[in-house]
Ligand binder design. Structure first.
Ligand SMILES: Cc1ncc(COP(=O)(O)O)c(C=O)c1O
Length: 349
């Protein structure tokens, strides 16, 4: 199965399925009042080495949009990458849930923005109430191009956010992949660096449908229960979401899955970049590979049973893609098989 279309084309980790089956016995309080949810809240405190507020939601889009709704007024501005999921892939959900905030998509290299870019953008906000009010920065870790912000990068955003009185959001749909890539602790990559709220992904890395919205700045969590309910995100049978997250965080399943997915991506990246005519559009730092190749090579791969998507480059964002070339995105997961990676590389050779 050479399916590299996304990490969410794969199924659910067996350990998570088993946990849901275990949760499927007897009755439990509904609407997040169950015992498993309470245990998950403790797990998050331990994971982040401090007290946090965590809410389980069904999608990353909900986590991102509702996180921003707590940080940004309806007349506010959010700075992010132009390719950020919140900007390009959520059908205006962040704008909807904030009541109309404006997203400023910046054009950074390799899927990442820099504090300097935000500063330059802020310098244009000189027209008082004629401009939206700068309110938040959102960074994606790992990014939409599979690159990873270093701890220094995240800290620099934290410093800028404090200086300019902005909130810092991290879209961690692939948080685990970034974390194992950096080899640091969850605390270091988030609140210790100045992150105020985190969308903690689990679905792409083995869960069925659960993400955690984690508030480090607890003032943002005030009345969040109402926001969640109003968004239709409070599940009556909440124990099944909680069971997924509990299993995900138990015995390092989340870290092991991410480590494995990253290894498969590194294997794919090494194989492809050693293949004549193929080069990487950006460095592979997590579980995504962006490969630039001649169109005829692409056509051979596209005609095979391999699954992947062509990817549009923004021009400055990746290595330049020539007129006779195509860039494709390949995503690996906790269930990607090494033999399929090798078969794809062979096919590309
Ligand atoms: C960077 C990023 N953020 C968030 C999401 C969350 O998406 P969903 O709403 O499909 O769970 C995704 C999924 O593709 C993503 O790639």
């Amino acid at each position: 199965m050479m399916d590299f279309a996304s990490d969410n084309v794969y199924g659910v980790d067996e350990k998570i399925m088993e946990a849901m089956a275990r949760a499927n016995v007897g009755t439990a309080s509904s609407y997040a009042g169950d015992d498993i949810t309470a245990r998950v809240e403790k797990q998050f405190n331990e994971l982040f080495e401090r007290e946090v507020k965590v809410f389980l939601l069904t999608t990353g889009t909900a986590a991102n949009s509702l996180a921003l709704s707590t940080m940004v007024p309806s007349y506010g501005a959010v700075f992010c990458h132009g390719f950020a999921h919140i900007c390009a892939d959520e059908c205006g959900a962040p704008e909807f849930f904030t009541g109309g905030a404006k997203l400023f998509g910046l054009d950074g290299v390799a899927g990442k923005i820099s504090p300097q870019m935000v500063r330059e953008s802020l310098a244009g906000f000189i027209r008082a109430e004629h401009d939206p009010k700068p309110a938040a920065i959102s960074i994606t870790q790992s990014s939409e191009l599979g690159t990873v912000y270093s701890l220094d990068d995240v800290r620099a955003f934290g410093d800028l956010a404090r200086e300019k009185n902005l909130k810092l959001h991290m879209d961690g749909a692939r948080f685990a992949n970034a974390l194992v890539s950096l080899g640091c602790s969850p605390a270091e990559m988030t609140w210790q660096a100045g992150v105020d709220a985190l969308s903690f992904g689990a679905t792409k890395n083995g869960a069925m449908s659960v993400e955690g919205l984690v508030f480090f700045d607890q003032s943002l969590a005030v009345d969040f229960e109402h926001r969640r309910m109003r968004a239709g995100q409070l599940l009556s049978k909440s124990r099944f979401m909680a069971a997924q997250m509990e299993a995900y965080l138990t015995d390092d399943l989340w870290l092991n899955n991410a480590r494995y997915a990253n290894e498969m991506a590194a294997r794919l990246a090494a194989g492809l970049s050693a293949t004549e005519g193929i080069r990487l559009g950006v460095e592979c730092q997590a579980n995504e590979v962006f490969a630039i190749m001649p169109k005829d090579k692409h056509d051979v791969l596209a005609a095979s049973d391999a699954v992947f998507h062509p990817w549009l480059a923004s021009g400055s964002d990746t290595d330049a893609v020539g007129d006779d070339e195509i860039m494709i995105r390949l995503v690996t997961s906790f269930q990607t098989r090494a033999e399929d990676v090798d078969a794809f590389v062979k096919l590309a050779g």
